[in-house]
Write a protein that binds this ligand. Sequence first.
Ligand SMILES: [Zn+2]
Length: 492
Amino acid sequence: MRKPLFALLILVTVLGLCAQANESPRRTLLVEVRDIPADEQAGEGVFAYNDYNRKRIVSLVRNHAMILATPEEAAALRDQGFSAEVIMESDDELTLYRRALYGPTLKPDPVYHTYDQILARAAALQAAHPELIQRYPIGETTQFGRTIYAYRLSNDATVAQDRPAVLFNGCHHADEVLGAEIVLALMEKLVAGYGSDPQVTHWLDTLEIHLVPVVNVDGHHYVLSGHDPRWRKNARDVNGDGITGVFPEGVDVNRGYSFNWAMGGTSDPGGASFRGAHSFSEAENRAMRNLADMRQFVLSISYHSQGEVIFYPWTWNGMAAPDDKVIKRIATDVAGRIARMDGEGTYAIAPGGPSSQSYPWFYGRRGVIDMIIETGKGSHLFPPSDVPGILAENLKGTAAVLDNAAGPGLSVKVTDAGTGAPLSAEVWLPRIDNETVDRRHSDAQFGRARRLLDPGEYYLVVSREDYETVVLPGVSVAAEGWTELEVKLIRR
Ligand SMILES: [Zn+2]
């Protein structure tokens, strides 16, 4: 008699553990719900936007949701008066996600470009206008060794220009594919508009614009080959079993930068935000670092989805970034030009945390005003009919970014007083900069350091080993444009 009781106790315990480990019920239905009222998408509503978490609510775009449900949950929704139509039933969750996010064909809509299509389109633009656009490699992907390309655009793109440089990149996160589409659309607009569109012509005559359509090339391929519409991380075979592309493999390449790396994401390889074994463990991050080593940018945008918000650097233990005023002014300008999908107002801005992502590294280590733009709301792969609108609005955002690269700001050229050669030197503002940010440098090629600033008086220090330090206590930055200053350093 004792034995069966013992067995029963074990069974009860095991069932209890199962219930704990798997709290959500097994949802085998994909259910489409239409005409969801606004109040049900807010607060405690049945389709509260805050529940958009990829577990129950797969997408929530305007008043339309795709959700996973049990038969009981679907019936309960109908009892509550919602139109809850079962679209598909499957024991395979990935199949349900494919149907929800790719649509009836279970393949990505052609509105989204594969990496090969992006490369082919860019190659055609370069073949037609080699003076306006030049491709260059910045690295290879971690798992499959595919080349990650950047593009340089100006009115004379065949050589580096001593001009304010701006970077736009997409798809650190593989499923956030709108980033690649926005960067590609910007590329098309710039090349097509030079000589006919006065604004585009002015940008290409006065700036150098760099584009990286896809950072996470391997992950982007998983999404746009139809393999997995939810793929977020790169393709690294984390456990080394030779199998890739099966969750939870991969590393979150937007948690791999060496600025407070250990504070970001998770150390759990099974987590969606796994930060990797160490900072810059992933080739995608090293590619972006290579790019930052090649060129100093005054402004940089990383496209993500979703949320219709711009995250800027930063809030850190309640402290704002040293350049907070300028950063917030630019973020506000950019956000204010991008209309939300519901047509009610424009994108919001918010300070992001200071850890491991691209923007704190670009800002804190390299002095680049870098922001994340979270495009669209309620999905990553949006219905094809929504894509043109999101692209058009975000192109207005790119215009705001490029307009802000015109200044005001300080442009310092550092040379050797004896030889006239350009010098890489520390160029910093000790009354603004603090210990949270690295000192800025002029670049070795032109001896140039540019920094967007509000108009006013600044205390400037320029220093380099073996040279006399130059201290300029009252540098005046004009209200418009770049205030040019040449500093000649004397060798000790
Ligand atoms: Zn993202």
